[in-house]
Structure formats: structure tokens, C-alpha cells
Write a protein that binds this ligand. Structure first.
Ligand SMILES: *Cc1c(COP(=O)(O)O)cnc(C)c1O
Length: 379
């Protein structure tokens, strides 16, 4: 039986193997392993791709978010508004700089932060909004920017899952004050290890990030701030530079696959398919459906049954994410409880992400649809 994995990094590697190997060997022979010209040229290429004047590459998406908040001088006493339905790093960095994450509930169809709820969460301590373009889909940035502007708030975009996504003809990462990207291997633009970058049109912010990522130093061995060590390896930059050329094509194929899923799955009852807002273009880092709770049977969790059934038939899937951030044990001190963000909580009980990668074939998707339907009928 041919397995259909959630994602398939090796089959993508094989399509560009010679090019990658040549670039990696060139870096190995160059002796310049951290920073240097390879990293600079990747930064210029990525800035062009996002449509901004500045890009600073760093060690991870988490670091990109951390450096962005530090560069904006967000710290103790400050509040940052974000979503409870995201990867933990989004809120973790707010806490790491000493500020307080403030959550607002999400939209059950896009999985993104409900921008109409931001206004009510603003206090006189609010300094920034941190939207996450989750699963590849842009947040409604028109509404969000309007709210942020009218309250003088910074906007830090978490673009970790959305390299190439567009809102109203603007690439994510070019709309707020600063954009934060991850090049973790499973992201749409993934390296062969950790990596990240910030993008901005503000040269002062970019310079500040550069200083902070080099131990708070502009001139070597002279330190102005307490910074961190967060640089991109030349090996990763060389690999990412090659992969960036293919990203538009890969994102296109993800979109084709998402449209096919839409057609294959729309008649299956008991599930809800993801929706993309009119002004948005998703890059489909994940294709995430909801198995509606009304389908829950007496025999434990319905979603788990569906996942197990798929697994038994060789179809990979994943739960992104099982527990919203306001209910994480580490955040008990924030004072939230069950029922605070009912949509995020429900979505966490219902979501399943299905196989999604650019090389996914129509035949593979037909199998996914077939077994998904079987799973729902059999439970
Ligand atoms: C992956 C991810 C991050 C963190 O990126 P790393 O490179 O793994 O540090 C942050 N936010 C979101 C939404 C992510 O998906």
C-alpha cells in the first residue's frame, strides 16, 4: 500500500538535489560559514520577494519574532495582542521580552484572529498587535491596520507559515511595521535546519535587529545592549537562495492541491472546509479541516477515530493545535480559563490537517478523500 504522508520533504529535495549539493559544496570550500556574502545575497533576494527594502536573516522564526519585539522596545509592563490558536512561539516571545500576551478569539472558518475583537482588548498598556497568518492564510490586514493605526500600535506579522501569501495585493511581511519568517524545514520556504528572517521598510528597525542579533553590538567587541547570538548559517542561506527561486511554483502547486481538496471534500458531511477571505491569497502551509463536534459519538473522541482510520490506511494527518495557548499550563498565571475563547477551544477539538505539499498528486488526494469519507461513515 502506498502511504500518503502529511508532508514529503525528500521528494522535493530530489527535484533540486544537484543544484543544492553544488551550492552546499561551494560554501564548504569557501570557509565563510556564518554570515558573509551568501547570507547578504539571500537577504536581498528575500527582501525583493516580499517587496520590502530590508531583510535581516537570523537563526529561527522564534528569534525573528523575539528580535522584532526587542527592536520595537517592547518589554515589561507592555501588552501585545495576539491569537490563542497558533504555535506556542508566537506568545512565548512576548513573554520572553517581559511583556504580557493578550489573546482575542478567532474566526472558525479562517482560523485566524478575529480582527473585530482587537479593539475591545486594547488597554493603555497595549503596544502592539501580533497577527499570525496561520496555515498560510493572511489575516484581514486592512481592518487590522486601521485599528492599529487609530490606536498608535505597532504591528508585527508572524509570517512563519505564510511566505508568499498576499493580502490585497501586498505580500505578508510588508504590511505591518515588521514581518517575521521561519525557514524551519516544514515551512513553505524551508531550509535544511533552522533559520528565520525579519522584513521591514524601516532601515532603523533593521539596523536595530542587526545589532541585537550580534550580542547588541554594532562594532565588534563594543556592546550597547544585551542582545543574543542569532545568525543564519551560510549553508542555510545557500540552500534557501536556491529554494526561493522555486517557491512561487511550489506555492502555486499547493493552491492547486487545495482547490482539488475543496472539490473532493465539499460533499462529505460532518466536516467543515477552510475558507479564504476574498482579498487574501493563501499559500496553504496546511490544509486543515474541522471534524464537527456534533459528530462526536459515545466511543470517545470522534476526531481521534478519524485520524486512526486514516492512519490505518496509510494516510498521514496531524492536529495543529490540540490546546489553545490561553489554556497552556505555563500561562495559568495570565488568569484565563476554559470558556474564555470558545471558538479557539472548539477549533482545537475539531481540527485535522491533511496531507499537503507541492508534489501531492490528484490520485493521492482522491485516496485521502475516499478514506476520510469512509472514516466518517464508519464511526
Ligand atoms: C514555526 C513557527 C514559528 C517559529 O519558527 P521557528 O523557526 O521554528 O522558530 C513561529 N510562529 C509560527 C506560527 C510558526 O508556525
Amino acid at each position: 500500500m502506498n502511504k500518503i504522508p502529511l508532508l514529503d520533504l525528500v521528494s522535493q529535495y530530489k527535484t533540486i538535489q544537484l543544484e543544492i549539493e553544488r551550492a552546499v559544496l561551494a560554501v564548504l570550500a569557501s570557509g565563510a560559514y556564518i554570515g558573509g556574502e551568501t547570507v547578504r545575497s539571500f537577504e536581498r533576494m528575500f527582501a525583493d520577494y516580499v517587496g520590502v527594502s530590508e531583510c535581516v536573516a537570523c537563526n529561527s522564526g522564534t528569534d525573528a519574532l523575539y528580535l522584532a519585539l526587542r527592536a520595537l522596545q517592547i518589554g515589561p509592563g507592555d501588552e501585545v495582542i495576539t491569537t490563542p490558536f497558533t504555535f506556542f512561539a508566537t506568545a512565548e516571545v512576548i513573554s520572553a521580552v517581559g511583556a504580557t500576551p493578550v489573546f482575542v478569539d478567532i474566526n472558525p472558518h479562517t482560523f485566524n484572529m478575529d480582527v473585530t475583537k482587537i479593539e475591545d482588548a486594547i488597554t493603555d498598556r497595549t503596544r502592539a498587535v501580533l497577527p499570525v497568518h496561520l496555515f498560510g492564510q493572511p489575516v484581514d490586514m486592512s481592518a487590522l491596520m486601521q485599528t492599529a493605526r487609530s490606536h498608535n500600535l505597532y504591528v508585527v506579522e508572524d509570517c512563519a507559515q505564510s511566505a508568499g501569501a498576499v493580502w490585497a495585493n501586498q505580500s505578508v511581511g510588508s504590511i505591518g511595521h515588521i514581518g517575521c519568517f521561519s525557514f524551519y524545514p516544514t515551512k513553505n520556504l524551508g531550509g535544511c535546519g533552522d533559520g528565520g528572517a525579519i522584513t521591514t521598510n524601516d532601515p532603523h528597525l533593521a539596523a536595530k535587529v542587526r545589532m541585537l542579533q550580534e550580542h547588541g553590538s554594532k562594532t565588534r567587541y563594543y556592546h550597547e545592549e544585551i542582545g543574543v547570538n542569532s545568525r543564519l548559517d551560510a549553508l542555510q542561506a545557500a540552500i534557501l537562495q536556491i529554494k526561493l527561486k522555486y517557491l512561487p511554483d511550489w506555492n502555486y502547486h499547493r493552491t492547486v492541491a487545495a482547490n482539488r481538496y475543496q472539490q473532493q471534500l465539499e460533499h462529505i458531511s460532518g466536516i467543515v472546509l477552510p475558507e479564504v477571505l476574498k482579498k487574501g491569497q493563501s499559500v496553504w502551509n496546511q490544509y486543515t479541516i474541522r471534524v464537527t463536534e456534533s459528530m462526536v459519538t459515545g466511543q470517545g473522541n470522534h476526531r481521534d477515530h478519524v485520524r486512526q482510520f486514516l492512519l490505518n490506511h496509510g494516510v498521514g494527518s496531524m492536529i495543529y493545535y490540540p490546546l489553545p495557548l490561553h489554556l497552556q499550563s505555563v500561562y495559568q498565571s495570565l488568569g484565563y480559563g476554559a470558556g474564555h475563547f470558545p471558538i479557539a477551544e472548539q477549533v482545537c477539538r475539531e481540527v485535522i490537517s491533511l496531507p499537503m505539499f507541492p508534489e501531492l498528486t490528484e490520485e493521492q488526494q482522491q485516496k485521502v478523500a475516499f478514506y476520510l469519507n469512509e472514516a466518517l461513515v464508519s464511526s
